[in-house]
Design a protein around this ligand. Structure first.
Ligand SMILES: *Cc1c(COP(=O)(O)O)cnc(C)c1O
Length: 378
């Protein structure tokens, strides 16, 4: 896998231009940076000056801690077991609290360490995932104010349940209104969070009123539009029919392991999924579903060889699959095969993996095994 530093820079510049004055950018690197690789992406983000990074779990935070540029803040958006709270406080890692009882444990640990805990209170606004309801939030606010020597009220946050889809606008509007009620409660009590944040990629790109003090941008960091709706809204805002302000930063490559001739009528690979309709030349690629290559691509997908598309023949096996190279001249063992990304004038997009199947872009990417070697390129 190759990861493009210039591609990332382009995406970050574009996202920054969309942000409001004073809004901080936090890049989300959960699920091994959406499959791209936490060590590489965190290193690359350090080079473009992103100084806040969000993760889903303490496990991921630990990896970010190892690769972050000094001074970069880390925030855990939820998955933190009781056993790890002390570790998070000791390393100055910010974390979500969505359960009132949890605050008591945080206080106990902060006192024990004699170090302030940085807590983001997540509130329920209508996604009904995690988040405190108003009743508990009021109690939490009292608790935070009373214990402000030991706990910093670092953030007040929520997550939108459909910002990428225009048909969910009614829902997003409702969530925005509910969030304002929580803020009003803070104002009434004269106890404000350091950071107000509710936006993901979709709302960061097209809903300036959701920017507040910080946005949590995941999928756009990697150069993907969250949805066709968001792309369309962007086009309208710049009065263009077409625009490519972001770049995919991932390229996934392999090479040809063997080449062989298959006589007409023979089957290729397991079962009877593919029968040669004519004398064929095929190449064997040492990649399979164990490497995160979706089995749904069987008899359907393409790879790039010499800049040309080669169709997959038969089933994706655990470690191998075969492609038809009959139309491509001068193919040799060891030649580069592009599974995802650009080769000469052709490109294979993640959407070519997901258009025909139920697989989501994020799903396909986030399943790419950590064991695949990843290299930062210019
Ligand atoms: C994943 C996630 C994000 C980022 O979402 P994108 O749509 O990828 O930008 C933001 N906030 C929370 C709480 C998340 O879980």
């Amino acid at each position: 896998m190759e990861l493009s530093q210039s591609g990332l820079k382009k995406n970050i510049n574009f996202i920054r231009k969309k942000l409001s004055e004073g809004t901080r950018l936090s890049c989300v690197v959960k699920a091994n940076a959406y499959g791209h690789g936490i060590p590489q992406i965190v290193t690359m983000l350090g080079k473009v000056g992103v100084d806040h990074i969000s993760v889903a779990s303490a496990y991921e935070a630990e990896e970010v801690l190892e690769f972050r540029k000094a001074g970069t803040d880390i925030m855990i958006m939820g998955i933190l077991y009781d056993n790890d709270i002390e570790w998070a406080i000791a390393h100055d890692i910010e974390f979500y609290v969505f359960n009132y009882e949890r605050l008591k444990l945080v206080l106990e640990k902060a006192k024990k360490l004699n170090r302030k805990a940085k807590v983001h209170i997540e509130v329920e606004t209508g996604t009904n995932r995690t988040g405190m309801t108003e009743e508990y939030f009021k109690k939490a606010l009292t608790f935070l104010k009373r214990n402000n020597e030991h706990i910093t009220f670092q953030g007040l946050c929520t997550h939108l349940g459909g910002a990428e889809s225009l048909s969910s606008t009614f829902r997003t509007e409702q969530q925005k209104e509910r969030y304002k009620n929580y803020l009003a409660e803070c104002k009434k009590r004269k106890y404000m969070p350091v950071t107000r944040h509710i936006a993901c990629s979709a709302s960061a790109l097209v809903m300036p009123e959701t920017h507040y003090d910080m946005v949590r941008v995941g999928v756009a960091t990697y150069g993907f539009w969250p949805s066709p709706d968001v792309y369309y809204q962007h086009l309208q805002s710049v009065s263009k029919m077409k625009d490519t302000p972001m770049s995919r930063i991932i390229t996934w490559k392999s090479d040809i392991m063997d080449i062989k001739h298959v006589p007409k009528g023979d089957f290729i690979g397991y079962g009877t999924a593919f029968q040669a309709t004519h004398d064929m030349d095929i190449a064997v690629i040492p990649v399979g579903y164990c490497n995160g290559y979706p089995r749904g691509q069987s008899n359907r997908g393409y790879v790039l060889i010499n800049g040309r598309k080669a169709r997959i023949t038969g089933l994706i096996n655990m470690n191998l699959f075969m492609v038809d190279i009959g139309d491509i001249p001068n193919v040799n063992t060891g030649d580069e095969v592009v599974l995802l990304g650009k080769q000469k004038n052709n490109t294979i997009n993640v959407s070519s993996f997901t258009n025909y199947t139920q697989l989501l872009n994020n799903e396909m990417l986030s399943r790419l095994p950590t064991a695949i070697p990843r290299k930062i390129v210019r």
